[in-house]
Write a protein that binds this ligand. Structure first.
Ligand code: MN
Ligand code: MN
Length: 467
């Protein structure tokens, strides 16, 4: 049962569409390096496509009807879009759910310090990273600083080609005899992920006596740069969210430009393709929904993660604007929904063949990947969708001519992982994981195929429109 490679099927027109979509995604991924930036970009796209904010709709007492487009956000980090269907909401929605947080380094609350004529920022890593991959590469600072006066300063340093970059140093091989004998998890330890941001020493004050060395520091200059450039005092780091991410744009990859290398494919590649599919849907029979959530990489917790009541509350608000305020109707709408948990799969890597079982592995270029179950150690923590639902999505994909494949994450007992699927499953809805195969997943620069991006949009759109 080998699945076909999608590349062979394309005519000239499809290839043109495929490369245009790839370029649009490359630009999105280059700009959206934090969950907040992804929400901002997605809100802009949605508003351009005629979506209005739930807040405004409530304030205006708007009555929602079929064909209306509405979106909601929470804390600027999580978003839900809806296109109201012709059928009552109680019959359920067709939902695409992806996450827009990616592994990275976050600045600590008290990050700034000086050590032997270097100014550094202390970090706490976020999500599952191989720490040794984050040294000796250009890094950028993205995020916000919230000040006591209520203002919020956006920070983005290291993306404009004229910007400086920052980074974490590594040990030279000449002196790494001990380091190289350590297990990979210990080569670079979490507490050693300190970002070098300056080295120019400046006088703190004039010397008291003639001929005396002035008191000097690197931090004085760095603090002045932060103050002059951004109006940030050192204390403002206490109420900041600054993410340290790989600097520079996503790039076409391969001599044939068939792939994209970028930071945060997991899971912005599924978020973007879900959003594109969502914006294409005009007058669906069932209400369409696209969810872009935060905090998946650390367990989907907190107000902006999939475990929060944001989604449920938003559906309740929307149903209220349609004149349906009963709790039972809300429960039915959720239970009768169908969802694709749009999250990436690990692509087969010929450099590491031993971790996969070849029949049940995702391959780059073979289209949208369906994972009936995820989890680890005997499917632990997995949603494991029903056979009947799997049959349903097979039919929808085949009828739309989508290239798709099935996979699990590695061979049995090799490892594993989870997604947001099981959380949506708690409502009693049918949900299966469906995403794009990625190489070097969770590395600072990940790889994906443009053909798979193209097939994902086709598959997601077909799913949203399915009756
Ligand atoms: Mn993911
Ligand atoms: Mn991940």
């Amino acid at each position: 049962m080998e699945r076909k490679n999608a590349w062979l099927s394309y005519d000239k027109k499809q290839k043109k569409e495929l490369y245009t979509l790839g370029e649009d995604y490359r630009v999105f991924l280059s700009k959206g390096k934090t969950e907040r930036e992804c929400v901002d970009l997605s809100v802009a796209e949605a508003e351009k496509a005629g979506y209005i904010s739930l807040e405004k709709a409530i304030a205006a007492g708007k009555k929602l009807k079929a064909g209306d487009k509405i979106y909601a956000t929470i804390m600027g980090k999580c978003m839900a879009l809806f296109t109201i269907g012709k059928e009552p909401m109680e019959k359920g929605m067709n939902i695409l759910g992806a996450h827009i947080d990616s592994p990275r380094l976050d600045l600590k609350q008290n990050p700034l310090y000086e050590d032997t004529d270097q100014a550094l920022l202390d970090t706490h890593y976020y999500g599952g990273i191989k720490k040794y991959q984050w040294v000796a590469l250009p890094l950028a600072l993205h995020g916000v600083v919230a000040k006591k006066d209520g203002s919020v300063v956006k920070v983005c340093i290291g993306e404009d080609p004229k910007d400086p970059v920052v980074g974490i140093t590594d040990l030279l091989p000449h002196l790494a005899a001990n380091q190289m004998n350590k297990p990979a998890a210990k080569i670079i330890e979490g507490e050693d992920l300190n970002v070098l941001i300056g080295s120019e020493k400046v006088a703190e004050e004039k010397p008291k006596k003639e001929g005396e060395e002035p008191k000097a520091s690197v931090l004085k200059n760095i603090k002045a740069i932060l103050k002059d450039g951004y109006g940030i005092e050192e204390e403002d780091f206490i109420s900041a969210e600054i993410e340290v991410v790989p600097a520079g744009p996503a790039r076409d990859f391969g001599l044939d430009r068939s792939m994209i290398m970028g930071y945060g494919h997991d899971d912005r590649i599924c978020a973007y393709t879900s959003l594109v599919a969502m914006l294409k849907v005009k007058k669906p029979k069932r209400t369409s929904c696209c969810l872009l959530v935060d905090k998946e990489e650390i367990g989907s917790v907190g107000a902006t993660g999939m475990h929060s009541l944001f989604f449920e509350n938003t559906v309740a608000e929307i149903m209220a604007l349609m004149g349906e305020k009963s709790d039972l109707a809300l429960r039915r709408a959720l239970a009768n929904s169908r969802m694709l948990s749009s999250d990436v799969s690990a692509a087969y890597d010929p450099n590491f063949p031993s971790v996969n079982e070849k029949k049940n592995t995702a391959y780059m270029g073979r289209g949208l990947v369906f994972n009936k179950y995820t989890g680890s150690r005997g499917k632990g923590g997995s949603n494991d969708c029903s056979a009947e639902y799997m049959a349903y999505v097979r039919r929808v994909m085949d009828e739309a001519g989508v290239f798709w494949q099935t996979a699990e994450l590695g061979k049995v007992d090799e490892g594993g992982g989870g997604t947001i699927a099981y959380i949506a499953g708690n409502y009693g809805m049918n949900v299966v994981d469906a995403g794009i195969a990625v190489l070097s997943m969770h590395a600072p620069w990940e790889l994906a195929s443009k053909a798979d991006i193209y097939e994902a949009v086709k598959g997601y759109e077909a799913f949203l429109l399915a009756e």
